[in-house]
Design a protein. Structure first.
Length: 318
């Protein structure tokens, strides 16, 4: 496992925080990076598009100041998520903003484009691409992605159905580059297990919803705290792509979570506002939330992850 050179010596625990649609914001990203995990956010969270420059300026300035004051323990780098789907009419403008601020990591989703990877490489950045199966993994690498994010069964939001054991084993048959594994991971022990399966990093999203800095409603945060694996519903109804959602939010919307129709994939819309209502009212969440017992600061949660990770290593080592 090679990992990403830019992350070596910069992480307190081998974790990349997943970009959370609507929820991730500069305050959360900065807290994540200072705590020693890669913070990330979807470019589409900055609305209007001009706000993306403001967010990137805030994040880079704050992290630069922090690193200058803490040269022996600099913050982790941050990442921006780009939705590559054809309905994203902001992609070119958002990519230009990322180039302006030399964003170190770009996470791409719902499509792989060679020219996008080349653009990120031109300013020295690296790209990681979401995949749910081997077909998409090969396609991403053929298009020039530097690493993969296998989004396995139980991951929050848009997710696949394959076991991480199966998908990771097959990926490592042909790819020895950076991999961040996603799917129901919310503890330090889960992060260590991801590495044991062959991943370089754990990719954690849902747990960060229940943090002080997250831009989620208090009801949503409490839903994460109260929820268990049985409270997650897998459906394509809300965006046209299959994903995992909190049952409580589906019921609150007046729908029967046990009898949801399927959606037409051609109706997908990830443009300037197409999917926002779905994510605002129907709450994305992974199956790993049973271990989340309270709402707290992102830094405090990462400290827990670090302690759990070290304790898990001790148990394994005997």
């Amino acid at each position: 496992m090679a990992g990403l050179e830019i992350l070596k010596g910069r992480l307190s625990v081998p974790v990349i925080a997943a970009p959370l649609f609507i929820i991730s914001n500069p305050k959360l990203v900065i807290a994540q990076c200072k705590a020693g995990v890669v913070g990330s956010f979807p470019a589409l969270n900055a609305r209007p598009q001009s706000q993306l420059d403001e967010w990137l300026d805030e994040i880079t300035s704050e992290l630069d100041s922090y690193n200058a004051a803490n040269p022996d323990k600099p913050a982790a780098p941050f990442a921006v998520n780009q939705i590559v789907h054809r309905s994203n009419d902001r992609l070119e403008d958002d990519l230009a903003s990322c180039e302006k601020y030399k964003v170190p990591l770009v996470i791409t989703s719902l499509g792989a484009r060679e020219e996008l990877n080349q653009a990120v490489h031109s300013w020295g950045g690296k790209t990681l691409h979401d995949i749910i199966n081997i077909k998409f993994a090969h396609k991403a690498l053929e298009k020039g992605a530097d690493g993969l994010i296998p989004v396995c069964a139980g991951a929050g939001g848009h997710a696949g159905e394959l076991s991480p054991f199966a998908l990771m084993a097959e990926i490592r048959e042909f790819f020895d580059g950076p991999v961040a594994l996603s799917g129901s991971i919310s503890t330090g022990g889960g992060a260590l297990a991801a590495q044991a399966m062959g991943a370089d990093y754990a990719y954690i999203g849902s747990a960060f919803i229940a943090t002080d800095e997250a831009r989620a409603s208090e009801d949503y945060k409490q839903g994460i705290v109260d929820g268990r694996a049985d409270d997650i519903v897998y459906s394509s109804l809300f965006t046209g792509v299959s994903g995992n959602y909190l049952k409580r939010s589906i019921q609150n919307a007046g729908l029967d979570p046990d009898n949801l129709p399927e959606s037409d994939p051609s109706a997908m819309n990830f443009g300037s506002g197409g999917a926002a209502k779905a994510w605002k009212d129907i709450w994305g969440s992974g199956q790993g939330i049973g271990s989340i017992k309270k709402i707290q600061g992102a830094g405090a949660y990462v400290s827990e992850l670090q302690a759990q990770y070290e304790a898990a290593k001790q148990r394994v080592m005997g």
